[in-house]
Write a protein that binds this ligand. Structure first.
Ligand code: ADP
Ligand code: MG
Length: 626
């Protein structure tokens, strides 16, 4: 990251900044950690958790025997907060204070306070299970509950059980204290009140339609800019495409004296660092949730929040991981608010109404519950742990039967080493690197061997999209269905027909007019295209050939089948299909093109309620196997 040091005046002598609210509880924090080995610490965003607690621990001698580790969920936060702490301690970054992230590190042998990402921490503790290097591990923003930080914490607890000396602290502004105490009975809890500066909160007075969000955000920015009051603006958008649309909306408004910059994880680090550099013009930073937590961008007085996030959810009924733009929970929006009001009073503009805000869930669900358990198990095995040999105790841990089922799925998908199922097969290891549902991973990697990897990546992206690619708007249902049928080239697989929609859209340049005429959802297509691109890049990076080779229908069906070995259904009587392994029964939905096939794979389910009020499971997408 760029050197922005000279822009910030050094704090007054001493450790850190004793005016920050967290110092009111610091003696208690030190006392608790001297006498015990765990603590949960809650205080408002901006109160000084990330920058002050490590310094106080250092001053108190906690770094004499081991290092102070600070585990962050975000690369940018690890680097930026380390930079800030080094500066407050008047030491060069990379000396006493350093950081290690996947993409880069600045650290030396004498580093005593080390900021790192949860991925790096996981590797450290894997190689050194007793955590002999560390005296204290601070899990920052722990309530975000990423799988990697959950696993890191579970392993840290385990190190204590094995006689390790490392203590841990869970830090957050919005920690669910009851849940933490349930998991760690008797854990001390310290709460500090107050944030450094107040933030005025404004909700929208009308509902903003999803496709209007970029324009509405730009309009608010223009209104802020017109007031001539100083301060940079940070806008939260769900993804890259909404960021670009907001940038074009801002361009249309032709504002003078502003400097517009995007911020998302795919930008190179040097470009991301620009947002921290002072600018003579008003900075308008448009970011995904990479800037949602942990960062102080000095100069930001205004936050504009779309109230949306791009993330993964898990639909247990359909057993599908859904990736897409979704409404974010309140904890997320509170964190976004917290980005204003860190170095001066701030203003927060939400694009949703107060009523809508109040109807949102309070907490984002933990990642372990937002993923199919087979994904979680695949990750845990990829790290060298297994329920059989080396179980770990996670929060929100699913029951034994669910783990068993997940294990069986991984076995059928070919992810496990047949000689030792605690380990992954080479195929399973590649699957774990792909970052998607193991079903899709198997389909894509096998597809690559069969010359249709690209097609499978598209099918995987369509499967996990949270919008329907082929919507049937009320009132135009018949017209839409007629148009949709024109895309149907296969009578043996609904997924192949969906793939054909994508191929036709591609031939037509992903054009929005073409989409409208054909009743294809343009926003869905945009998301699918992005997701498929990500999957292809990941598989390509692993050395898989992702060219498409015009595979025939038979080959496509074969590749699809790789992802669903546990979903084979046989025709029974009266329109019913049955899974002979599980006994599950279902009928084929009317959207499926398949009729009268003896053996099918159920690719997707829906549940409908009949006129008689009965719940009926339907197979909404299927593929014939012979
Ligand atoms: P928390 O982790 O509790 O959200 P931090 O420890 O990150 O808070 O920051 C505490 C306060 O220190 C911020 O509210 C801000 O006032 C100040 N601060 C931190 N980093 C910077 C920075 N890079 N530039 C200016 N002020 C900063
Ligand atoms: Mg913080």
């Amino acid at each position: 990251m760029a050197e922005a040091e000279s822009a910030i005046p050094p704090p007054e002598a001493g450790i850190g900044n004793p005016d920050l609210p967290i110092w009111q509880v610091m003696p208690q924090v030190m006392e608790t950690l001297k006498n015990g080995n765990r603590l949960s610490l809650i205080s408002e965003t901006g109160s000084g958790k990330s920058t002050q607690v490590p310094q106080a621990l250092y001053a108190e001698g906690f770094a004499d025997k081991g290092k102070i580790f600070v585990v962050e969920n975000r690369v940018d936060v690890a680097a930026e907060v380390a930079r800030r702490v080094a500066r407050e301690m008047h030491v060069p970054l990379g000396s006493k204070v350093g950081y290690v992230t996947g993409p880069e590190s600045r650290i030396s042998d004498d580093s005593r306070i080390v900021f790192m990402t949860s991925g790096v921490f996981k590797n450290i503790i894997r190689n050194d299970p007793s955590l002999s290097q560390a005296s204290v591990v601070l899990f920052d923003e722990f309530d975000e509950r990423y799988l990697l930080s959950d696993i890191g914490l579970a392993l840290t607890e385990k190190s204590q059980g094995k006689g390790g000396d490392a203590k841990f602290v869970l830090m957050s502004a919005t920690l669910n204290a009851a849940k933490i105490s349930e998991h760690f009975p008797g854990i001390p809890l310290i709460e500090a009140a107050g944030r450094p500066y107040p933030v005025d909160v404004h909700f929208s007075d009308r509902s903003v339609r999803e496709d209007e969000i970029p324009r509405e955000a730009a309009r608010i920015v223009a209104a802020i800019h017109e007031t001539d009051s100083p301060g940079d603006v940070l806008i939260f958008m769900p993804g890259k495409s909404e960021i670009s649309r907001t940038i074009s909306e801002l361009k249309n408004l032709n504002l003078k004296g502003v400097s517009v910059m995007p911020l998302h994880a795919e930008l190179p680090l040097a470009e991301r660092a620009r947002v921290f550099e002072p600018s003579p013009e008003r900075k308008i930073i448009i970011s995904t949730n990479v800037a949602e937590r942990g960062l102080t961008i000095d100069g930001v007085r205004y936050v504009v929040d779309s109230g949306q996030v791009r993330m993964q959810e898990y639909d247990s009924e359909r057993d599908i991981a859904i990736l897409g733009t979704m409404p974010c929970a309140r904890d997320s929006m509170l964190q976004r608010q917290g980005r204003a009001g860190r170095t001066a009073p701030g203003e927060y503009y939400s694009l949703i109404t107060r009523q809508e805000y109040e109807s949102r869930p309070t907490e984002t669900r933990p990642e372990i519950l937002r993923s199919p358990l087979r994904s979680v198990l695949l990750q845990i095995k990829a790290m060298g742990y297994s329920a059989e040999h080396d179980p770990i105790r996670l929060m929100d841990m699913p029951g034994k039967d669910q783990w068993k089922a997940a294990h069986q799925q991984l076995r059928l998908l070919g992810a496990l080493n047949p000689d030792d199922e605690a380990k992954l097969s080479p195929f399973g290891e590649d699957m774990s690197e792909l970052g998607c549902d193991p079903r899709d991973a198997a389909m894509i990697l096998q597809g690559s061997f069969l010359g249709c990897g690209r097609d499978m990546a598209v099918i995987a992206a369509i499967r996990s999209a949270n919008r329907k690619l082929l919507p049937t708007p009320a009132g135009e249902r018949d017209a839409a269905e007629r148009q949709h049928r024109k895309f149907f080239v296969s009578d043996t697989s609904d997924l192949i027909n969906h793939l054909n929609v994508y191929r036709q859209a591609e031939i037509n340049g992903f054009d929005s007019n073409w989409c409208r005429e054909n009743f294809v959802s343009f926003p869905a297509l945009r998301e699918i295209r992005q997701a498929a691109g990500d999957l292809m890049r990941n598989a390509g990076d692993l050395g898989y050939d992702m060219e498409s080779r015009d595979a025939g229908e038979q080959t496509l069906r074969q590749a699809i089948a790789t992802g669903f070995p546990d979903r084979v259904f046989h025709y029974m009587v009266g329109g019913w299909y049955q899974n002979l392994e599980t006994g599950q029964r279902a009928k084929l939905g009317r959207d499926s093109v398949i009729s009268r096939a003896q053996r099918i794979i159920a690719n997707d389910f829906i549940r409908i309620t009949t006129k008689e009020g009965e719940e009926l499971p339907l197979i909404s997408a299927a593929t014939v196997i012979t």
